[in-house]
Design a protein. Structure first.
Length: 156
């Protein structure tokens, strides 16, 4: 199960005990914010794309949207989201639970600057009813981030 992969991965960073599982769905930004009791923008949503045939993840604030021009300037290609039915095979988590932890080898994770206005954020943990509170330095480490990118809008 995907959440168990995430739990094992986060245990290496001393974060596994922070995972919360809910009796309700947290698969969307609105559902996650309601389940957690936080503002939607504090949800760290993880979006999955193909770049040159390889899966990447971009973690951004719940109110942020990817901008085609910014994405293309950074990755030198138009944004191509991984089709819904291919996400789990490509990254290791099903839609609704996609997160930057416990992903398949070769999946590169980037963090969007839209997250930098928060001390802590709430990403999913591999299932459609889980999340944890994590600080930005912890997120950088546990996601094995390849760095910060600026590819979103609507959060300023």
């Amino acid at each position: 199960m995907s959440i168990e992969k995430v739990r094992a991965d986060l245990a290496r960073y001393g974060l596994a005990d922070r995972i919360k599982e809910f009796d309700v769905s947290s698969a969307t930004v609105a559902e996650a914010a309601a389940a957690i009791g936080c503002a939607p923008e504090e949800i760290a949503k993880t979006l999955s794309f193909y770049v040159d045939g390889q899966p990447i993840l971009i973690v951004c604030a719940g109110d942020a949207r990817v901008v085609n021009a910014k994405y293309k300037a950074r990755f030198h290609t138009k944004p191509r989201m991984i089709p819904h039915d291919e996400v789990e095979a490509a990254v290791g988590h099903a839609p609704g639970g996609v997160c930057p932890f416990g992903v398949k080898d070769g999946v590169v994770t980037y963090l969007d600057v839209s997250l930098q206005r928060f001390e802590a954020v709430f990403p999913a943990c591999g299932s459609g009813n889980s999340a944890l509170r994590i600080t930005l330095p912890e997120l950088e480490a546990a996601s094995r981030s390849a760095g910060w990118v600026d590819v979103c809008k609507d959060w300023e």
